[in-house]
Ligand binder design. Structure first.
Ligand SMILES: Nc1ncnc2c1ncn2[C@@H]1O[C@H](COP(=O)(O)OP(=O)(O)OP(=O)(O)O)[C@@H](O)[C@H]1O
Length: 333
């Protein structure tokens, strides 16, 4: 079991309140991802769950038990950091087994748990190496292995892939998804990476300035955002925001994803000039400077050529558009 609940959790550093009352439930076996702009409080929230920061007010519960005052080592929670935090003088085997050893677990049991985790993570050939003799990706697998052997109720990941190169990030991301399926464990994962959030999460929590903006399944946040903040945050490239009035519409702002804007050299609703093009292989992004709405992005599948500085016409697909009021709240019709 591993159900986490936060009720009205706050955190104050000095006089500054950085977490301003968070309510959240992460169900047993769920993969929950925290996203939000830099400084919004993702890591602080994670560290409070782990017990590495005190909770200023509110309750943190694991399977119903209030754990606010429980020492980190007693929480049955394992945390994997961006910077691995392995002991340099210990072998992989000893790094992975250390947590259990400190808990006084019998040696045979430690060996069995370490071997099982090593197999899951394909670490067997590396067990006698020290951290300095391994690549970043291998070290991160050891850090994940160290978390697994403790069979915690809850895994916390703080941007675990951000020190890895692009190919290794993809491989390790897939590995984490597999581990989640195999372990059937509850996981909370902090990331800046849209792809990680969209692909790993059962549930995404969008945070902004210490508050939860919206919680939902990835595609629900993408297709049904509550406000301009969530609409702009989820999805890459970002949603376009247009002034409704200049399109003859009654809402304040019209939101349209780059893939739902048609581009033509001869006709359309909005005139603009091509600012620059990005050909990404499978798709082309065209950035168009418009007088009424600023810079807009158009996404087309395949390779397309639009002359830089040339005049183009854009037409948002109204059926796919989102409408927002002057406060940025979604107007659902
Ligand atoms: N020990 C501390 N003392 C004072 N302020 C802190 C401390 N730790 C974090 N903060 C502040 O709390 C706020 C939230 O920080 P936090 O690291 O949780 O944000 P984050 O969303 O994880 O950011 P990032 O995405 O950049 O890692 C920030 O304004 C930060 O400056």
């Amino acid at each position: 079991m591993g159900t986490l609940s936060l009720s009205n959790v706050t955190k104050t550093f000095g006089k500054v309140e950085v977490i301003k009352g968070v309510d959240l439930t992460v169900d047993d076996g769920e993969f929950c991802v925290f996203v939000g702009p830099s400084g919004c409080g993702k890591s602080t929230l994670l560290r409070m769950i782990a017990g590495l920061e005190d909770v200023t007010s509110g309750d943190v519960r694991l399977d119903g038990d209030r754990i606010n005052d429980l020492a980190p080592a007693k929480r049955e929670i394992a945390m994997v950091f961006q910077t691995y935090a392995l002991y340099p003088h210990l072998s992989v085997r000893d790094n992975m087994g250390l947590g259990l050893k400190q808990l006084g677990t019998p040696k045979a049991q430690i060996t069995a748990a370490v071997e099982k985790a090593a197999t899951m993570l394909a670490l067997e050939p590396l067990m006698d190496r020290r951290p300095s003799e391994m690549s970043g990706g291998q070290r991160q697998r050891v850090a994940i292995g160290r978390a697994i052997v403790r069979t915690p109720k809850l895994f916390l990941f703080d941007e675990p892939l951000s020190n890895l190169d692009a190919a290794l990030r993809v491989a390790t991301r897939i590995e984490i998804a597999r581990l989640h399926r195999e372990l059937d464990a509850t996981m909370i994962y902090v990331t800046h990476d849209q792809v990680e959030a969209m692909t790993l999460a059962d549930k995404i929590v969008v945070l902004r300035a210490g508050l939860v903006e919206q919680v939902g399944r990835p595609m629900d946040l993408y297709n049904d955002p509550d406000n301009t903040f969530v609409a702009g945050f989820i999805g890459s490239p970002q949603m376009n925001f247009l002034k409704s009035a200049s399109l003859g519409l009654s809402s304040d702002t019209l939101g349209i994803r780059p893939e739902h804007v048609a581009i033509s050299a001869s006709q359309g609703d909005i005139e603009g000039r091509v600012s620059h093009l990005e050909k990404l292989g499978g798709e082309t992004l065209t950035y168009v400077r418009t007088e009424a709405h600023g810079l807009l992005t158009v996404r087309q599948f395949g390779e397309h050529d639009h002359q830089v500085d040339g005049t183009v016409w854009l037409t948002p697909d109204q059926a796919r558009a989102f409408h927002f009021d002057a406060d940025g709240q979604r107007l659902r019709r």
